[in-house]
Design a protein around this ligand. Structure first.
Ligand code: PBG
Length: 353
């Protein structure tokens, strides 16, 4: 006979509490916010935001050679990979449900010049890697940065004429770079240079060249940030950089200006926009996604990655929990997807939960 012992105890109904006075509306204890948090199933039921591997973009660093991997000192756990291993990483992305990867080159120092010639070489590292991924017929989007910094001897994203990053001359160079990358089979071009007018120029060139379906994800609101330090180490441009990027990247003090930048890039033909860095700029993610209702990505940049990893290595933060919480925060702020070096790690964690 089933025991009734486990039945929750309820106070016996008495005539007194059957006619309990109506609780004051809109306040405790009629409202107890904790009711919806009590059980794991209840928390799942009312969750407003969901993080899944399909929200992630995995940025990778490409290097010369075959079967070569090399750790990035400033980003523990991140490696530069030769083209053959990049294809394997792309395969892993597919198996983890990560829809897109972003490739950045570690260009040989000898190939870096004032005029960034290697950016226009159809056989440069990122073009070869893109072709190899496409040849493997992997169902993964390939994103390439359009910017000159991995190819310039001075580490700037644009052409340095005198002591100025020359906007219009740089645009012409970016258009050449974009066409070479589109020809290699890149799905998404991601101009990260912050020159004025480059999205329109690249879009026109793509249309004229027959690349109607090549998408543009503009780094629309990209700030002059100290959080890019480890990335510059990864692509080898940090030691070369003369001065800073404040004449073209945005002032961290500004927010309305980000909306103007985004509006321009959308008008010029961007399919998606990006906010960068990520976590210190969630207010910008929120404003952009709410204002424009276009796919808005956020980049959890190298310095954010390095901070979380360093704190976990010191034993002061729980890595897995902080990774998932930080990525969920991007989604909550309105991001459609997040570029993150944690992508494969997070995707594996998400498959377990
Ligand atoms: C270069 C570029 C940068 C990043 C992406 N593309 C660095 C910079 O602007 O100096 C930063 C990525 C990161 O820090 O993870 N145009």
């Amino acid at each position: 006979m089933p025991s009734r012992d486990k039945t929750p105890q309820r106070p016996a109904t008495t005539s007194a509490n059957a006619h309990a006075p109506t609780l004051a509306p809109g306040s405790y204890p009629a409202i107890r916010m904790r009711r919806n948090r009590n059980a794991p199933w209840a928390r799942k039921l009312v969750a407003e935001t969901l993080l899944s591997p399909s929200d992630l973009v995995w940025p990778m660093f490409v290097m010369e050679g075959v079967a070569k991997r090399e750790p990035v000192a400033s980003m523990p756990g991140v490696e530069r990979l030769s083209v053959d291993l990049i294809v394997e990483a792309a395969r892993l992305a597919v198996s983890l449900g990560i829809p897109a990867i972003a490739l950045f080159p570690y260009t040989d120092l000898k190939l870096r010049t004032d005029d960034a010639q290697e950016a226009f070489n159809p056989d440069n590292l990122v073009c070869r890697a893109t072709r190899a991924i496409k040849a493997a017929k992997l169902d993964v989007g390939v994103i390439l940065d359009v910017a000159l910094d991995p190819y310039t001897s001075h580490g700037h994203d644009g052409l340095l004429i005198g002591d100025e990053i020359a906007n219009d001359a740089t645009i012409a160079a970016l258009v050449r770079q974009a066409l070479v990358q589109a020809e290699a089979g890149t799905d998404i071009l991601a101009p990260s240079d912050m020159m004025d007018g480059r999205i329109g120029a690249i879009r026109s060139a793509l249309e004229a060249g027959g690349y109607h379906n090549t998408q543009i994800m503009s780094y629309a609101a990209k700030y002059a940030s100290a959080f890019y330090g480890p990335f510059r180490d990864a692509v080898g441009s940090g030691g070369l950089l003369k001065g800073d990027k404040r004449t073209y990247q945005m002032d961290p003090a500004n927010s309305d200006e980000a909306l103007r930048e985004v509006a321009l890039d959308i008008a010029e033909g961007a399919d998606m926009v990006m906010v960068k860095p990520g976590m210190p700029y969630l207010d910008i993610v929120r404003r952009v996604s709410e204002t424009f209702k276009v796919p808005t990505l956020a980049y959890q940049v190298s310095g954010e990655y390095a901070m979380i990893v360093a704190a976990a290595e010191k034993g002061v933060l729980d890595l897995d929990k902080c990774v998932l919480e930080s990525l969920l925060a991007f989604k909550r702020a309105g991001a459609s997807a997040v570029l993150t070096y944690f992508a494969p790690h997070a995707a594996k964690l998400l498959r377990k939960t």
